[in-house]
Design a protein around this ligand. Structure first.
Ligand code: FES
Length: 165
């Protein structure tokens, strides 16, 4: 059964999104084969997957809520936390790692006051890491949204962040 939205600290956009998500789900077959595409769609629409959205999906697809939760927490792509306006993605692939990416991550966590996987309180930034963006010649590489920043050092962090309000 669909339950009221718990306080996730997120803007209350559930009412606006569920009809569109519901229509999308109605076009899918019920069952677990549709779960991943539905979760992708839900995250595309809402930006994250809070518990009430997972319950809604479980009910619509005729699946146990625990199964939906299991998939959401298994895949790094899915998040239960609201995302910031900008996503900072630090490459921790080998080339970037040996050229100081770990120090870049440390500088970002200090500057932003969040750990990897978290979002700043003002929702300006989310901090994530990934393996190799295929731009190893620019190592260490940081992506902010779709922008690629090469040869990033801890000293460049403040100026880099200042480009994104
Ligand atoms: S290892 Fe960082 S872009 Fe390839």
């Amino acid at each position: 059964m669909f339950v009221s939205k718990p306080d996730t600290g997120a803007p209350d956009c559930g009412g606006a999104i569920f009809p569109e998500l519901g229509e999308f789900i109605d076009r899918q077959a019920k069952g677990r084969d549709s779960l991943i595409p539905v979760l992708h769609k839900a995250q595309e629409l809402l930006g994250f997957l809070p518990v009430d959205v997972q319950e809604f999906i479980a009910e619509k697809l005729d699946l146990p809520v625990g199964e939906v939760y299991g998939v959401v927490t298994f895949y790094h792509y899915f998040t239960m936390q609201p995302r910031g306006r900008h996503t900072i993605n630090v490459c921790l692939g080998t080339a970037c790692y040996v050229r100081g990416a770990k120090k870049v991550v440390e500088a970002l966590t200090e500057e932003l006051g969040v750990r990897v996987g978290e979002t700043t309180e003002d929702r300006r930034f989310s901090l994530t890491t990934q393996r190799c963006f295929g731009a190893c010649g620019l190592a260490p590489v940081v992506m902010v949204n779709e922008d690629v920043h090469g040869r990033v050092t801890p000293k460049k962090i403040s100026a880099l962040l200042a480009q994104y309000e």
